[in-house]
Design a protein around this ligand. Structure first.
Ligand SMILES: Cc1cc2nc3c(=O)[nH]c(=O)nc-3n(C[C@H](O)[C@H](O)[C@H](O)COP(=O)(O)O)c2cc1C
Length: 407
C-alpha cells in the first residue's frame, strides 16, 4: 500500500525535525547571540497552527534584557531549580533512571541567566476550569511548532513549566495584564552540534486502540478484523508504591488467582521453581463456556522491577502473549498488563472455526473478557502493594518516633 501521497514536502526532513526536537539544556550554546528575526520567523510559522474559532489569541514575549533574565532565573531557581540541583546532587553517579534528565535540568537551572533569549508564550484568556476545550488547546500546538521550526534552523529549546508556579511574579516582572495565561518558558539558543536522536517511546501499536478503548492489534487490522491480526488489550493502573513493592506480586505466578474470574492458579513445571526467562509453569483456567483447562506457560520477559511476561502453549507459536511492565512515574509506579492473542490456537479457536462469519465478534468478546479479568488482577496488585507501602511508612514513622526528641 502507498504510504505517502505526492506533495512538495520532503517527508524525511519533516520527520527528522519532528522526531529530534529534544529538550535541549546542556547543549544550548550560551555564547552565540540569537538574531531576533529568527525568532520572529519561527513565530510566523507557529502562528499557522490551528486555534479554536480561528481566533488569533496567542501573544509571545521574548525576554532578552539581562536584568529581566536575572530575575526570571531567580524565579526559576526558587520554583524548582534549587530542588532540581539538589535532586541531581543526590542521585549523581548512582545510575538512577532519572539521573541524566536531572543533570540536564540542573544545568538549565544554573545557566538560565546566560541563555540568549527566553520566550514566554501566552494566550488571551483564563481557563474556566470547566473541562471544556478552548484555551491551552489553542496554543500548545503552536508553541510546539515554534520549537520544531527553531530545531530545523539549528536552534534548541526546552519546554519548561516549573516557573509557572510563579505566574503572578512573572506577570509583575513583565507587565502581563490580568486575563492572560502563560503557557511555558522556552529558553532559545543555537545548539552545540545539530545531531539529536529519537528518544525511546512506546511503539504506536502499543498505545493505539482501534474502534474502542484498549483494543490493540499486532498486525492490520483487516476489515473485518481476524485472529491472524493479533488482537490484544491493555490495562494500566498507577500504584502509589515503589516498583520494589509492586514487583513481588507481578512476578508471583499465583497472585492473580483470587482476583481473576478465569485464572485458577499456577504451578511450576517439573524442573522449575522460580521466575526467570526460560522457566515454565502450568496455568489452570476455568470458563463457563470453554470449561476447565491447563496451559503450559513459558516465561519470556523477566527483568526485575521492570517486566514479567510469558507465552502460552507453544513458545514458537503461542496461543497468547502476556506481559506486565512497570514504569516509575512521579511518586508512583505505573503497571501495564497486556495480552496479545495468537498467532497459535487457543480457547477461542474452536469457536471461530465453527462460526467463521462471527470471527470479529468472538474476538472482541474474548478480548473484553480478558480485559475485565486483567483489570481485576491489577486492581488487586495495587491494593496489595499500596497496603505494603502504607505499612512501610508506618514502620519508618514508628522508627522516627522512637528517636530522642530534638532539644
Ligand atoms: C509540560 C512539560 C513541562 C516541563 N517542565 C520542565 C521544567 O520545568 N524544567 C525542565 O528542565 N524541563 C521541563 N520539561 C522537559 C522534560 O523534562 C523533557 O521533555 C523530557 O525529559 C523528555 O525529553 P525530550 O523532550 O528531550 O524527549 C517539561 C516538559 C513538558 C512537556
Amino acid at each position: 500500500m502507498e504510504m505517502t501521497g505526492k506533495t512538495n514536502i520532503d517527508v524525511a526532513s519533516v520527520d527528522e525535525a519532528l522526531t529530534t526536537t529534544r529538550a535541549v539544556r546542556r547543549r544550548l550554546d550560551l555564547e552565540r547571540p540569537v538574531d531576533h528575526q529568527i525568532i520572529l520567523d519561527c513565530i510566523d510559522i507557529a502562528e499557522q497552527a490551528p486555534s479554536g474559532g480561528n481566533q488569533g489569541s496567542r501573544r509571545w514575549i521574548v525576554v532578552r534584557d539581562q536584568k529581566l533574565k536575572e530575575e526570571l532565573a531567580e524565579l526559576y531557581m526558587a520554583s524548582a531549580g534549587k530542588w532540581m540541583i539538589e535532586a541531581h546532587d543526590n542521585i549523581a553517579g548512582t545510575g538512577h533512571p532519572q539521573e541524566k534528565v536531572m543533570a540536564s535540568a540542573a544545568h538549565l537551572a544554573r545557566h538560565l541567566v546566560e541563555v540568549p533569549a527566553i520566550v514566554i508564550p501566552t494566550i488571551i484568556g483564563v481557563h474556566d476550569g470547566s473541562g471544556r476545550p478552548g484555551l491551552f488547546d489553542s496554543v500548545i500546538q503552536s508553541v510546539w511548532s515554534f520549537c520544531v521550526a527553531l530545531r530545523a534552523r539549528g536552534l534548541g529549546t526546552a519546554w519548561t513549566t516549573a516557573i509557572l508556579s510563579r505566574e503572578d511574579d512573572i506577570a509583575t516582572l513583565l507587565g502581563i495584564p490580568e486575563g492572560m495565561t502563560q503557557i511555558a518558558m522556552i529558553p532559545v539558543a543555537w545548539t552545540k552540534g545539530t545531531d539529536f536522536k529519537r528518544a525511546p517511546r512506546y511503539p504506536a501499536r502499543e498505545i493505539t486502540y482501534v474502534d474502542g478503548f484498549a483494543r490493540t492489534w499486532e498486525h492490520g487490522p483487516s476489515d473485518p478484523p481476524r485472529h491472524a491480526d493479533g488482537p490484544g488489550t491493555i490495562v494500566e493502573v498507577d500504584i502509589k508504591a515503589p516498583a520494589a513493592l509492586v514487583w513481588p506480586y507481578v512476578s508471583d505466578i499465583n497472585f492473580g488467582e483470587a482476583a481473576s474470574h478465569e485464572f485458577a492458579g499456577a504451578r511450576w513445571a517439573d524442573g522449575y521453581d522460580e521466575p526467570a526467562v526460560g522457566a515454565q509453569f502450568i496455568g489452570s483456567n476455568t470458563h463457563k463456556a470453554i470449561g476447565e483447562w491447563d496451559v503450559p506457560c513459558f516465561i519470556n520477559y523477566h527483568e526485575e522491577r521492570r517486566s514479567f511476561g510469558w507465552v502460552t502453549s507453544d513458545p514458537d507459536n503461542p496461543g497468547a502473549q502476556w506481559r506486565f511492565e512497570l514504569a516509575s512515574i512521579a511518586g508512583a509506579t505505573r503497571l501495564r498488563y497486556s495480552v496479545v492473542l495468537g498467532p497459535g490456537p487457543s480457547g477461542i479457536t474452536a469457536a471461530i472455526e465453527s462460526m467463521p462469519d462471527k470471527e470479529a465478534r468472538i474476538l472482541h468478546r474474548r478480548i473484553d473478557e480478558h480485559r475485565a479479568n486483567m483489570q481485576r488482577v491489577v486492581d488487586a496488585i495495587k491494593a496489595a502493594a499500596e497496603a505494603d507501602a502504607a505499612a512501610a511508612r508506618a514502620t519508618s514513622g514508628d522508627r522516627s518516633g522512637s528517636r530522642p526528641p530534638l532539644s
